[in-house]
Design a protein around this ligand. Structure first.
Ligand SMILES: NC(=O)c1ccc[n+]([C@@H]2O[C@H](COP(=O)([O-])OP(=O)(O)OC[C@H]3O[C@@H](n4cnc5c(N)ncnc54)[C@H](O)[C@@H]3O)[C@@H](O)[C@H]2O)c1
Length: 246
């Protein structure tokens, strides 16, 4: 029987796919028929997802180039890149170190640029990139403080618009998803040490809940599929109403 799933025959590379939103994206894209390759610092955990795995530090240009080359050598082509790897912190700006600024910008923004360039140069018409931004690019979080994170995620939106337009003539679409507060380990850690912060977030979200990683993955799967063929350079906000109420 013919496999009619929307991503059958596609090769998808997901950065930071070993856990959280990236793991949900990897599982969803595989379920939609794609061959999924996870690039992550945490190789052992990545192997647990059931996809192919390539060691990756997105902030390291040589590592990114090697991952792109390995993916094409192993699978023949790469059709979908999801720039998901990301890190954050919670520090008042006056106490924010230079090192933390460089590290967060290096992973979240430079990493997305490097992977877009290195995977993008190996993509054919019909391929696409989905970047994971954040509502932090659109509105200051409360009560947490993470200036470098906010700036990095705003930069990811600018990267999305620039590449979406620049690469439209190449037939490559570039879009972003901006998730709201999503139920991953980082939020659960905050919740276990600071339950009142978790309560504050829930209270600010019109749907009154955290988003599940699979709900972000379904938006990524849509943007990566031909169903989104006219969409490029755009950001879809999936935040359970958070920014709508701001
Ligand atoms: N959880 C949320 O509420 C939320 C909201 C908005 C946006 N996001 C974004 O979604 C993405 C995933 O978030 P998450 O909550 O699943 O995070 P997570 O911490 O659960 O997972 C992040 C993954 O990225 C990997 N990673 C970190 N640095 C890396 C590097 N230098 N190179 C390669 N891999 C690296 C980690 O090993 C991990 O597997 C991030 O970009 C994050 O900013 C998350």
């Amino acid at each position: 029987m013919t496999d009619t799933r929307p991503l059958t025959g596609k090769v998808a590379f997901v950065t930071g796919g070993a856990q959280g939103i990236g793991a949900a994206i990897s599982t969803r894209l595989a379920g939609d028929g794609a061959t999924v390759v996870i690039g992550d610092l945490d190789i052992d955990r990545a192997h647990g997802i059931g996809a192919d795995v390539v060691p990756l530090d997105v902030s390291d240009p040589a590592s990114v180039t090697s991952a792109a080359r390995t993916t094409v050598e192993r699978h023949g082509h790469v059709d979908i890149l999801v720039n998901n790897a990301g890190i954050s912190n919670d520090v008042p700006t006056l106490d924010h170190s230079d090192e933390a600024w460089q590290r967060i910008i290096g992973v979240n923004l430079t990493g997305a640029f490097l992977a877009s360039r290195e995977f993008g140069r190996r993509m054919d018409p019909g391929a696409g990139i989905v970047n994971i931004s954040s509502i932090a690019a659109l509105t200051a979080g409360r009560p947490e403080r993470h200036v470098a994170y906010d700036v990095s995620k705003a930069g990811v939106i600018a990267l999305t618009r620039t590449l979406g337009v620049e690469w439209a003539p190449r037939g490559i679409r570039v879009n972003a998803v901006a998730p709201g507060y999503t139920n991953t380990q980082i939020l659960r850690d905050v919740g276990s040490s600071n339950p009142e912060v978790l309560d504050a977030w829930r209270a600010q979200v019109p749907q009154g809940r955290l988003i599940e990683p699979a709900e972000i993955a379904s938006v990524v799967a849509f943007l990566a599929s031909d169903a989104a063929s006219a969409i490029t350079g755009q950001v879809i906000v999936a935040d359970a109403g958070y920014t709508g109420s701001a």
